[in-house]
Design a binder for this molecule. Sequence first.
Ligand code: FAD
Length: 222
Amino acid sequence: MTNHIVKIIQSFYITHDVKCFMVEKPENYDFILGQATEVSINLPGWEDKLRPFTFTNLRDKKYLEFMIKIYRDHDGVTNKLGGINAGAELILHDVFGAIQFKEPGVFIAAGAGITPFIAIFRDLYKQIKLYGNRLIYNNKTSDDVLMDVELRKMLKTDYTKVFTREAVIGFTEKRIDRNFLIENISNFGQHFYVCGPSDFVANISKHLLELGVTSETLVVEE
Ligand SMILES: Cc1cc2nc3c(=O)[nH]c(=O)nc-3n(C[C@H](O)[C@H](O)[C@H](O)COP(=O)(O)OP(=O)(O)OC[C@H]3O[C@@H](n4cnc5c(N)ncnc54)[C@H](O)[C@@H]3O)c2cc1C
């Protein structure tokens, strides 16, 4: 696939360490909601450092949007993106990704793993087809939740936040483990979508498969 050099139109932090980038959309550029593209920075020494990020915008938008967690603890691509703003250029490489909407079900995300689900929920909400889907969203603290207001507006009561490090009244404070899944999900015959750090995805997938979810109804990044 052809690489595309695109300008950043706008960038701003949406949490303490997640930055939203709106970038130019090349002509006739398309993707499936939930997919990602490999991105590099068009600066000397950074062009060949490719990292995957997920589109969060709807396909009919005139721009592309990414929500990117910035790791400031080492000199990687996201740390560099932390210091890059409107006018700078990114290079978009191949579009890929196995996550896409199939049937209504339960979406389980951790941290920035919510990004493919944001794209999918925005689309279903716009089509008035979101009802019947549920989100369980795991974060360390409430400060780490991405797009909380929009998720609440779209999903209403079908939205459960789980915090692993914080005691806040009104929120569930526990880990998503086998017991959590048994207590919170009554039907393992529906579709499940899991996205987050690889150990989170492996762990939740293992529990779900043991509880009766099949490889056909479990949607994860391969
Ligand atoms: C299909 C897909 C889609 C994705 N979509 C998104 C998205 O939409 N938004 C998003 O935020 N992320 C997304 N990611 C994750 C994202 O690609 C990574 O966070 C990114 O590649 C990190 O790049 P980096 O160069 O900053 O870090 P890398 O150098 O690649 O390091 C990645 C990880 O290792 C740790 N690490 C590595 N070296 C060091 C070191 N020396 N010291 C300390 N820690 C270290 C980092 O803390 C980090 O956890 C996606 C991943 C995949 C596979």
